[in-house]
Design a binder for this molecule. Structure first.
Ligand code: 3HC
Ligand code: NAI
Length: 701
């Protein structure tokens, strides 16, 4: 039939097989192949048609690489019509993940069967899109409007057995061989004279939808949209499914899909989709770099980070041994892990059994001699270089050869830690983000001597524990924390210049940050930054610098943990409340040191907070600390809650134009001093050449 779609008759059943690795995306050739095959089946001796895929998965969606290019015939809707209008029943046979346009193809079939491990879903929202081939019209017709809203606005897939309960799948195939099982199922349907079930023929009774349902959904989704615009349009499509005939609903869905396809938000989110996958690839490491076996992991230090890291491994079935200084510390660490799991249980996201299994995978010790059989060690003790060196020297003495030795340090020199062992080639950084069991990012820090197979194994382990990995070279703060310095500094400087804390935070939250930097400071504890500043000799001698943060700490206002910081916090709800006392204090301090306060626009707030990120990002690229601009975007989206709809700081800079960013930084330098604002040489070079970071990144290969 074609290179990617084949057709065969097995007895009275036509079998269409898609074979378009890696994920059977609906490229033009696949669409054409399916259309030809369905047409062929109409005229031959077959009595039913099974649509099945080779390889690891059923069709995982439209081919995202084709988005943004001129559309090519045949379009997906015409394939779906051909399937739905077939005179013989078409049965989708699902394994792996039937996602997006792939699941929409299955929904146009008359029957859907799946193996139990399969998943189905409509993840388009994660790309800033909505299902554009009938998903918003067909799912509510079979699963109800409420379930459709949850499925489509979350974008999360559901496992086949649950999909069957929801009415999305008709049959779970128990046979080992899905193709054979699906053929048997199809024969059964033919024998029993099963009707051509077309979802389009179902009508939704508007009375079944509670009054105000859509308005309430819009409001709820707007609260967590963070600059994303697809959710609201999904609600409009579901409204159309209830109130309009099928064809008009489909037309409405198509219009809104097209609008989203050309939106800057979707372009940014598609950038992040590919950036995430690219970040997992290390430029100078071949794909077939050997990997070491990792079947058991040890964590040194069961505090905030150690406990969360232990959970990441237990969650995927990898046994963990947690080492603490004494029994009391060990019990405390285990207690926190149990408490965290109980919260997940309470939310209904885990069963008692699953909780029990995961907790049983985490055992404790206070004795280094017990580390003899582990394959990987992750150290997460206090942030102290001497202590870390001491621990690595001990690990060197007790661990078997070939063990990967990782440190979760935020700032310390990974090479100095490696030098404390006789095996620096086995040492690297694994920098998790807090809370480690929740945050998606893992910065993998490549030391001067880290071996290739250690890196390849660590990137693979990162993926196995469901993290998004980005590679960093060694420097103070690695990619993410190094860039953050100017962001926090300017947030506080803006207060001296005339902003209130609420004004700074809300400008950044309107942009899409999950939490403004001052509220974030209150959450993390203002004493943490205060203590870190005590030891620094490199800070400019300027009375404005961090003045407010310092004074708040000296007043005993450490943030949420003491009930007040830049804001006051409601004791029960923890809601943040603007504090007139802090606002008056800021004014008085500015007057005291002779700073003339002024009105500051939201635009200036964004520029002053984000341009230091971009500028430091440019230095990081130039120095080769990050592999590519898009890796930095991945770090910020997955580690610092930078809004995905803005694509990360480097992508955002490209959209603004690097010349504009550069000129503004020069303007700030001339006004506020070069101790704070010095344009990075790479930024200057690209601004003058009229280039983007993305173009520079592609030139570097
Ligand atoms: N189009 C093009 N390429 C795709 C793709 C797609 N839909 N889905 C995955 N790929 C590529 C990836 O970029 C990656 O390429 P690489 O090897 O060159 O880096 C490769 O396939 C493998 O992908 P993963 O590394 O993600 O493999 P996993 O096994 O971890 O995950 C998956 C597989 C769950 C299918 C995951 O790739 C995924 O979630 N894909 C996206 C699915 C999706 O969003 N579908 C909806 C598309 S929009 C749509 O269908 C619109 C319609 O409504 C009209
Ligand atoms: P923490 O203070 O919560 O936990 C440290 C734990 O290490 C304590 O439970 C302590 O008893 C234990 N410990 C100390 N010395 C030990 C030793 N010799 N042997 C075994 N255990 C020992 O600290 P936290 O926040 O978990 O930080 C740990 C590391 O993770 C630090 O290097 C930190 O920079 C890094 N990190 C912290 C993040 C955060 O947000 N808290 C984020 C990312 C990294």
């Amino acid at each position: 039939m074609s290179d990617v779609v084949s057709y065969e008759l097995v007895d009275n059943i036509a079998v269409i097989s898609v074979n378009n690795p890696p994920v059977n995306a609906l490229s033009q050739a696949v669409r054409e192949g399916i259309l030809d095959a369905v047409t062929t089946a109409q005229g031959d001796a077959s009595e039913a048609i099974v649509l099945h895929c080779e390889g690891r998965t059923f069709i995982a969606g439209a081919d995202i690489k084709e988005f943004g290019k001129p559309p090519q015939e045949p379009g997906l809707p015409s394939i779906l019509s051909a399937i739905e209008d077939s005179s013989k029943p078409v049965i989708a046979a699902i394994h792996g993940t039937a996602l997006g346009g792939g699941f929409e193809v299955a929904l146009a079939c008359h029957y859907r069967c799946a193996i139990a491990s399969a998943k189905v879903g409509l993840p388009e929202v994660k790309l800033g899109l909505l299902p554009g081939a009938g998903g918003t019209q067909r799912v509510p017709r079979i699963a109800g409007v409420k379930a459709a809203l949850e499925l489509i606005t979350s974008g999360n897939p559901v496992a086949a057995p649950k999909a069957k309960d929801m009415g999305l799948v008709d049959e779970i195939i128990a046979a080992e061989d899905l193709k054979a099982g699906a053929i048997e199922y199809a024969k059964g349907l033919v024998e029993s004279g099963a009707p051509l079930k077309r979802i389009r023929d179902i009508t939704i009774d508007p009375a079944t939808v509670e009054p105000g349902f859509f308005d309430a959904a819009r409001k709820r989704l707007a609260r967590r949209a963070r600059g994303q615009i697809a959710q609201d349009k999904i609600v409009s499509c579901l409204e159309a499914a209830v109130n309009l005939p099928m064809d008009e609903g489909l037309q409405r869905e198509r219009e809104l899909f097209r609008e989203l396809l050309t939106s800057p938000e979707s372009a940014a989110m598609r950038h992040i989709f590919f950036a995430e996958r690219l970040a997992a690839k290390i430029k100078d490491l071949p794909r077939d770099t050997p990997r070491r076996e990792v079947n058991k992991v040890a964590i040194i230090g069961g505090g905030t980070m150690g406990g969360g890291i232990a959970m990441c491994f237990a969650n995927v079935g990898i046994p963990v041994l947690m080492l603490e200084i004494d029994d009391e510390a060990l019990q405390r660490g285990m207690g926190i892990i149990e408490k965290n799991y109980k919260i997940t249980l309470g939310k209904g996201k885990m069963t008692e059994d699953q909780m029990g299994q995961r907790i049983a995978l985490i055992t404790g010790t206070t004795d280094y001699a017990d580390l003899g059989d582990v394959d990987m060690v992750i150290e997460a003790v206090f942030e102290n270089l001497e202590l870390k060196k001491e621990i690595f020297a001990k690990l060197d003495g007790v661990c078997k050869p070939g063990v990967i030795l990782a440190t979760n340090t935020s700032y310390q020199d990974v090479d100095a830690i490696a030098a404390a062992t006789s095996r620096p080639q086995d040492v690297l950084g694994m920098h998790f983000f807090s809370p480690a069991n929740v945050m998606k990012l893992l910065e993998v820090v490549r030391g001067e001597k880290t071996a290739d197979d250690v890196l390849a194994t660590t990137m693979a382990i990162g993926k196995r524990i469901n993290k998004v990995c980005a590679l960093s070279r060694v420097c103070y703060g690695f990619i993410g924390n190094r860039m953050l310095g100017g962001y926090g500094r300017e947030a506080q400087m803006l207060l001296m210049d005339g902003c209130t804390p609420s004004q700074v935070d809300s400008a950044l939250e309107k942009f899409g940050m999950a939490m403004g930097p001052l509220a974030m400071g209150d959450l993390a504890g203002l004493d943490v930054g205060y203590k870190a500043r005590q030891g620094r000799t490199d800070l400019p001698d300027d009375p404005k610098l961090y003045r407010i943060g310092t004074l708040l700490v000296e007043m005993g206002r450490y943030g949420q943990k003491t009930g007040s910081g830049f804001y006051q916090y409601d004791a029960e709800t923890r809601a943040r409340i603007a504090d007139p006392e802090v606002e008056a204090m800021i004014k008085a301090e500015a007057a005291k040191i002779g700073v003339e306060q002024r009105d500051i626009s939201d635009e200036e707030i964004l520029q002053r907070c984000f341009y230091p990120l971009i500028n430091e990002g440019a230095r990081i690229l130039f120095e080769g600390i990050a592999q590519r601009p898009s890796d930095i975007d991945v770090v910020y989206v997955f580690g610092y809650a930078f809004p995905v709809a803005k694509g990360g700081p480097m992508y955002y800079a490209d959209q603004i134009g690097l010349k504009q960013v550069y000129d503004k930084i020069c303007e700030f330098r001339d006004r506020d001093g070069e101790q704070y604002w010095q344009p990075a040489p790479l930024l200057k070079q690209l601004a003058e050449a009229g280039k983007t970071f993305a173009e520079w990144g592609s030139e570097q290969g």
